[in-house]
Design a protein around this ligand. Structure first.
Ligand code: WT7
Length: 651
């Protein structure tokens, strides 16, 4: 979390260059006009965007139906996301896009594939027919557990084509985590691959699926893409090869005319309890939000080659690798592997090789590359770049400046985009041809987005000041609920303030009205731009036979933003020591996935608690952030004194 003092001392500003503004999709004039309209009449603004940027089979009867906290956008309208991403680029005046690259894909070993819009359309239709043939009907959930290969995008677009909501589970999640998500969504079909490539080696996915399916009676079929060629077990009647079922599938499959509020996908994200939440997004509003923001913020032109480095397993990949770019008819780049394989300059050679002009990545990646030195990017021709973006966590001004100087060569505007899995699309960001930027600030809410800062009592902070980030008016890409849990939806997002969305982030607004996001204020950690709940890691730890009790906190980390520190009180039978540390780290990775692996495990006799039994996280955070004593990970700490000192304060 950036320190507020240093952020508020940040005085550097960067005006859009006249050359950029002149060619921008949204210049100062249009942006100001939209800002005014969006402030006064958000529904009219979004209706205008929906008409201009999305194709509808049937118009809406009402733009917004808002019965807090339940929103319906474009009521009565019919559309299809897959149609907007594909078919509309093949017809009429857009027909020239048939042979434009839709997806440029590069595998980690260096193999590549380019799919034109016409080809992608054919593949999507074929896979949609495969799904139908396996009994997948409108409304049925399909789970995608895949590496970053074109088939993942094809499967998503096939699902949305027939109205079968997808639930994508990031390939780094464990069998346990996968099974929970499959069961929660009651998915009837799983699409996976034998494996994928990371860090130069093949990792298995099908094996993990097999383990998960031991616990998921709802799954009838799995479809497996052959990617690595590693041997996999096949269960006859259940498991099918992608290439075999695709071979004779028809390339014709009309897009279903779906209600604007038809579920598009579920995506699980961590919250403050041990159970992840299935965030539900629907069709028309989400499509309007991502299409509009992509066009305005990434300033997309038909000549651009756009690359967002996020994995499709996260919301950034859903909205800004696949749906936003394709619905704009853009060329989107997908890269399968690790940033530093086979060499630490892989990303820069990708930019050079494909002539990438718009590049969107995360602060944690930027910090990794800073550490690797300026020589690597400097050795590559990055002159194709014209616009840069960041997302996922607050970016410290120094990382922003490096990005600006070394990657953008001082020519490229930077858009720092704040949003969440729940918001569906970008909420706060600069418009690159219109808004002056400041290193470390996400700048201003997007037109039509009513973001604000509230104090503890729910009063809006006027002018300069800090507090909780909220959204006071519904927006089209907003989550429609938590799958199967209305109560949690109401409590988590709408329980703190009346009819106002509570984001869970702290924020500060400066005199000019610019937003400076300070990070999570709840028990959710942001690890390399990914959300992990402290409770989730705690429940994984206590599921080990060696652990009596565990408390997990985050501490600042130079590269990943936050690192996980676990305070563990072992059972009497356990032997605290380096072996147990290793075992517990592996256990968490197995229960949740590698991203949740604690950086540090510290043993303690007892955890500091308040009289009412609440773990004193603030205290643990202080201790975790304090200077580390080398090799001290296995010493037993006695918090009782400290705990007594803090008791009155926390209770
Ligand atoms: C949380 C959402 C949708 C983006 C990928 C992460 C943090 C996101 C920024 C930013 C400061 C940011 C927030 C937010 N965050 N973007 N530009 N500046 N913080 O999605 O996993 O749903 O996490 O990421 O804390 O609440 P997510």
């Amino acid at each position: 979390m950036p320190d507020i003092e240093s952020l508020l001392k940040e005085k550097r500003t960067f005006k859009p260059s006249p050359e950029f503004s002149r060619q921008a999709n949204w210049n100062k004039r249009t942006t100001n006009e939209y800002r005014k309209l969006g402030a006064k009449n958000p529904t009219r603004f979004w209706a205008k965007m929906a008409r201009e940027n999305v194709e509808w089979f049937t118009p809406w009867k009402k733009v917004l139906d808002w019965k807090p906290p339940f929103a319906k956008w474009f009521v009565g309208a019919k559309t299809n996301v897959s149609y907007n991403c594909l078919d509309r680029h093949l017809e009429g005046e857009n027909a020239w896009r048939r042979n434009k690259a839709a997806i440029i894909w590069e595998g980690e070993p260096g193999d590549s594939r380019v799919l034109t819009y016409a080809e992608l359309h054919r593949e999507v239709c074929r896979f949609a027919n495969v799904l139908k043939a396996r009994g997948v009907k409108k409304g049925d959930r399909v789970c995608l557990y895949m590496p970053m290969i074109p088939e993942l995008a094809i499967a998503m677009l096939a699902c949305s084509r027939i109205g079968a909501p997808h639930s994508i589970v990031f390939g780094g999640f464990s069998a346990e985590a996968l099974a929970d998500r499959i069961n929660d969504a009651q998915a009837k079909l799983v699409v996976t691959a034998d494996g994928g490539y990371r860090k130069g080696t093949a990792f298995a996915l099908k094996t993990t699926v097999d383990a998960a399916l031991e616990k998921t009676p709802c799954v009838e079929t799995t479809i497996v893409v052959k990617r690595t060629g590693e041997p996999v077990a096949f269960r006859s009647g259940r498991d099918l090869w992608w290439h075999e079922v695709m071979a004779d599938a028809s390339t014709r499959c009309p897009a279903a005319k779906l209600d604007a509020e038809h579920p598009l996908f579920i995506l699980y994200t961590s919250g403050t309890t041990g159970n992840p939440k299935g965030i539900l997004h629907t069709t028309g509003g989400y499509l309007t939000h991502v299409t509009t923001t992509f066009k305005a913020i990434f300033d997309i032109k038909d000549e651009d080659v756009y690359w967002c480095t996020a994995d499709i397993g996260w919301i950034t990949g859903h909205s800004y690798v696949v749906y936003g770019p394709l619905s704009n008819g853009a060329t989107t780049v997908m890269y399968e592997g690790t940033p530093t394989h086979p060499g630490p300059d892989r990303w820069w050679s990708l930019i050079e090789k494909w002539g990438i002009s718009i590049f969107y990545t995360a602060p944690t990646a930027i910090r990794t590359f800073i550490r690797l030195g300026d020589e690597l990017p400097k050795a590559h021709d990055l002159s194709s770049l014209r616009l840069l973006g960041t997302v996922g966590e607050p970016i410290n001004p120094e990382a922003w400046m490096w990005y600006h100087r070394v990657i953008g060569r001082r020519r490229c505007p930077i858009v720092d985009t704040w949003w969440q899995t729940e918001t569906g699309g970008i909420m706060i960001s600069a418009i690159p041809g219109a808004v002056e930027t400041k290193p470390g600030s996400a700048t201003l809410p997007f037109p039509g987005i009513h973001a604000d800062i509230f104090d503890e009592e729910g009063k809006a902070v006027k002018g300069e000041g800090g507090g909780f980030l909220v959204v006071t008016h519904p927006w089209p890409g907003m989550l429609r609920g938590i799958w199967g849990d209305k109560k949690r939806y109401k409590e988590t997002y709408w329980g703190k303030y009346k009819d106002t969305y509570f984001a869970g982030d702290g924020a500060h607004r400066d005199k000019a009205g610019y937003f400076w996001i300070m990070g999570r204020i709840d028990d959710v950690m942001n690890i390399s731009g990914h959300r992990i709940g402290t409770m989730e890691v705690e429940s994984a730890l206590v599921s080990s036979p060696d652990v009596a009790e565990a408390a997990v906190v985050g501490r600042p980390d130079e590269i990943t933003g936050t690192a996980i520190v676990a305070f563990v009180s072992p059972k009497d039978t356990a032997k605290p020591g380096p072996d147990l540390v290793d075992r517990l780290k592996r256990h968490v990775a197995q229960e949740i996935g590698a991203i949740a692996r604690p950086a540090e495990i510290r043993f303690t006799n007892a955890l500091p608690k308040t009289r009412s039994g609440k773990i004193m996280r603030r205290l643990l955070r202080d201790i975790a952030s304090g200077r580390e004593v080398a090799g001290d990970t296995s010493t037993l700490e006695d918090f009782s004194v400290l705990a007594r000192l803090r008791e009155s304060e926390e209770d």
